[in-house]
Design a protein around this ligand. Structure first.
Ligand SMILES: Nc1ncnc2c1ncn2[C@@H]1O[C@H](COP(=O)(O)OP(=O)(O)O)[C@@H](O)[C@H]1O
Ligand SMILES: O=C(O)C1=C[C@@H](OP(=O)(O)O)[C@@H](O)[C@H](O)C1
Ligand SMILES: [Mg+2]
Length: 173
């Protein structure tokens, strides 16, 4: 099952990584994988449960392991959790891969994640301030690991897929 992801999607929560990765994999007819799902499957629990009962550090350790495994064996489209780029070890592991940054503004990010309470880091009294702090800390890291960026704010999911498919085509010509 050894492989190499065709594309790895990074970006803040609500950028659309999971949704776009699934849509892109359908478009290209290649497998889809999401490290958050891998973690939930392996643990037999969902992410809020892992955060609440084991803490963020435990989640990050599972995430590093899930990333390492997926990079080694997945040969389709891979989406990561928004915080996967925080560990230097993970950024190093992503080096040389076709990493695409799905960018999202605070307004859109809060709007898209506000509906679901399944992102433990964004649950709180001021999601806008939390999201802004998160972007300030992470955007430089998303940019550091990526080789291409799509600003998703004004695009529908299919249009984000179009942009990535066009980029891939360019790489192959
Ligand atoms: N380009 C987009 N335009 C509008 N809504 C979007 C877009 N991309 C994703 N969404 C919606 O935003 C929410 C979060 O998407 P998701 O794929 O879970 O993001 P991520 O994995 O980056 O956190 C979902 O409800 C999804 O349908
Ligand atoms: O930004 C983060 O630190 C996180 C983002 C989530 O994934 P999405 O970016 O897919 O929402 C998930 O990995 C976890 O809740 C932590
Ligand atoms: Mg996701």
């Amino acid at each position: 099952m050894a492989g190499r992801p065709l594309v790895v999607l990074v970006g803040a929560p609500g950028a659309g990584k999971t949704t776009v990765a699934a849509a892109l994999s359908r478009r290209l007819g290649v497998p889809f994988r999401d490290t958050d799902r891998d973690i939930e499957k392996a643990a037999g629990r969902d992410i809020p449960d892992i955060f609440t009962n084991d803490g963020e550090a435990a989640f990050r350790a599972l995430e590093t392991q899930a990333l390492r495994t997926a990079l080694a064996e997945h040969d389709g489209i891979l989406s990561l959790g928004g915080g996967a780029i925080l560990a230097e070890e993970n950024r190093r592991a992503l080096s040389g891969h076709a990493v695409i940054h799905l960018a999202v503004s605070m307004n859109q990010g809060v709007r898209r994640t506000g509906m679901a309470a399944n992102r433990p880091l964004l649950v709180g009294i001021n999601p806008r301030a939390t999201f802004k702090t998160l972007l300030t800390a992470r955007v430089p890291l998303y940019q550091e690991v990526s080789v291409f960026e799509v600003n998703t704010d004004l695009l529908a999911v299919d249009q984000v897929v179009d942009a990535i498919a066009a980029w891939l085509e360019e790489q192959n010509t």
